[in-house]
Design a protein around this ligand. Sequence first.
Ligand code: FBP
Length: 553
Amino acid sequence: MSDLSQLQKVRYTYKPKLPEVLQGDIGNITVALGEATESVADQIQLRDLFPLTYGSPVAKFVKGENPDSGKVRKIGVILSGGQAPGGHNVIAGIFDALKKANPESVLYGFKGGPSGIIEGDMVEITDQMIDAYRNTGGFDIIGSGRTKLETEEQFEKSLEVCKKNGIDGVVIIGGDDSNTNGAVLAEWFKKKNAGITVVGCPKTIDGDLKNEHIETSFGFDTATKTYSELIGNIEKDANSAKKYWHFIKLMGRSASHIALECALQTQPNICIISEEVKDKNMSLDDVVSYIVDIIVARAAKGLNFGVALIPEGLIEFIPEVGRLIAELNDLLARESEYFATLKNFEAQREWINHELSKDSSYVFSSLPRSIQAQLLDDRDPHGNVQVSRIDTEKLLIELVSEKLKQLKMKGEYNGKFSALSHFFGYEGRCAFPSNFDADYCYGLGYSAFLLVSQGLTGYISNLKGLEKPASEWVPGGVPLTMMMNMEQRHGERKPVIRKALVELDGAPFKAFAAQREKWAIETAYKIPGAIQYFGPEEVCDQPSETLKLEKNG
Ligand code: FBP
């Protein structure tokens, strides 16, 4: 019996759709450069920090002669951070473009994420190897990792590895932090006259690496379609059995793009948007009351069931809990050695309560013990609490339950509340990429190669016009410094790519806000079903609702 599913076998043969400009002879694709650019903010500081790469023009690929395209090249590619569907197709796009330009050229994969380039842990990507990963999910072709590529020492080591192997281009496939580090590496290589071009590709299911030029990060489309399929199935179940409230936490780190997109696809009774909670300065109790009001209103109509979507970052956006987390992050970073000597949770809790400000200590003490323990869990490499490990959905069930009991005692509620919790995150990160992500990623890889071949360092590969059919997408590149500003990170002002949160005056949120009261009380569930890979365009090739609303209003 073969180890491959029928879908995987058939999926290998899918030919990603390329924008028209990228089709045909690769020697007949050249670049059109626009005006010099500026960063989104803090121009003076950024110009000082990136004297050699700041202000580069936006690049667009057009038909025209490129005599340099056929030069023999060696490119190294890195997968950085959390998995996102389509990563393999970015690599396939780079590989196919590179080999088409000159079959003698070589693509290396740095293994296990950014640590691969530092340690020289790499593998040559061959035809046979790439063919086994085309149009499949996962990052298993070379693996990924969360090592931060940011110190001079790491840059020196990376330069040595590249020199030793004759590598003249590095492609970093990652989110905002990895691309920020890519920009710093590009500047550093340029300062050293290394002759190595560094190019980024926008990856993250979270959807928070986007702006005027990056219309979406890859992986968002497939992940949200996968979660929406599951949410739709749960909605059907809820409406059949009519006895459970399902609280579903959705991945996405800080931003609520994933929860919002899933709400637009499935029309649940409740979807909390963290950015709105912060904007309205809602306390934890306010969030609980908002949920309780909907449960009570449905119960009055005999509807003791429902579906509530909770973004995983919510906890940090509730102002009082956000302040508590910020204090904990600082405290645990500052006193990590002492904290490690505290033998059990009771000792940790006592010490924490003593060290926190009065307000934060009160908030900490009011949380259930399980949540307190999760807030003290290991930090990520950036020193932040790992929100995907906090059971916010369970916390809300507990607090909602408590409030409903009080209302029952007062005679203001006589429904039944039986709740189930779910967390959808890892389920969506390695799905077979949707046709949209398969096509988008392949085009991003192709463009990344073209940026390297033009020596455009410190750029991120992009495709615009994504609401249109793939053949009309416009490929190019954007200088990374253009997307940057200065932010406070662990006590220091640092240059970083600005993260995109949900905009409350943006079309996707407005479309949701206009409907949510109806969805809350009525049972208006929408069932998107599973991602379809073969069939009519209107079923198989549609981008996310968020993208369509952002582009078409
Ligand atoms: P990236 O930002 O690296 O793309 O990661 C996305 C993400 O899936 C978040 O949504 C989630 O909070 C986090 O990774 C989980 O991290 P880990 O994979 O280390 O558990």
